[in-house]
Design a protein around this ligand. Structure first.
Ligand code: 5GP
Length: 207
């Protein structure tokens, strides 16, 4: 691992939780100059609009398994029946001179926290499961079957949010972006961060 490490941020949310749009907006911001986004490997099928090397590196299952065998991943996990993983090479090249943003599921977040104790883990909390479903339907990228699958996984994912340092309520894009900006660009600490997530929301969502 490189020695001159900077800050490392992991952003998670249930599928449809809005992380991709928020992360895209982060990288349009001039304050993101010293930030890079880690691009994961995946074996999932390309969706419409996906670009290899921008959204993911799309690998065959054999290619992915070969890389597992050669211990080329910092972490990898199976999400919705496909492999997703962060390669050591990706971290090595991008983390050297930058802060790094990783968009991972909870398994990836837990693994990164084990390896990098000062990684900041950020979880985007949907205001309701209905809201999540609406987003998945509106983005029109998944089959009805896949949407149901993603919704049932959402509860599990939300139940893992307790180990995250920052909980952002994603009820309003601008407010969520403002919260995310404070964490990334203003380096606010978890103690000083004023989370807008109501105390009992997580409990209600996972019930
Ligand atoms: P999607 O297929 O919708 O782009 O992503 C599905 C899930 O996989 C999301 O929760 C995303 O955060 C997660 N994911 C993407 N890349 C990685 C990775 O490299 N490692 C892990 N553990 N999860 C990932």
């Amino acid at each position: 691992m490189p020695e001159n490490l900077h800050k490392l941020f992991v952003i998670s949310s249930p599928s449809g939780g809005g992380k991709t749009s928020l992360i895209n907006k982060l990288f349009e911001d001039t304050r993101s100059m010293n930030f890079k986004k880690s691009i994961s490997d995946t074996t999932r099928q390309k969706r419409e609009g996906d670009i290899n090397g921008r959204d993911y590196y799309f690998l065959s299952e054999k290619e992915f398994k070969d890389k597992i065998e050669k211990e080329e991943y910092v972490e990898y996990a199976t999400v919705f029946g496909n492999f997703y993983g962060t390669s050591k090479e990706e971290i090595k090249t991008k983390y050297n001179n930058s802060n790094l943003v990783l968009e991972l599921d909870w398994q990836g977040a837990y693994a990164v926290k084990e390896l990098f104790d000062d990684a900041r883990l950020i979880f985007l909390v949907p205001p309701s499961l209905e809201d999540l479903k609406q987003r998945l339907v509106t983005r029109n990228l998944d089959s009805p079957e896949s949407i149901e699958n993603r919704l049932s996984e959402a509860k599990k994912e939300i139940s893992k949010s307790e180990i995250y340092d920052f909980l952002i309520l994603n009820d309003d894009f601008d407010k969520a972006f403002e919260d995310l900006s404070q964490i990334l660009f203003e380096s606010i600490s978890a103690l000083d961060f004023d989370s807008r997530v109501p105390k009992d929301l997580i409990k209600r969502l996972v019930e």
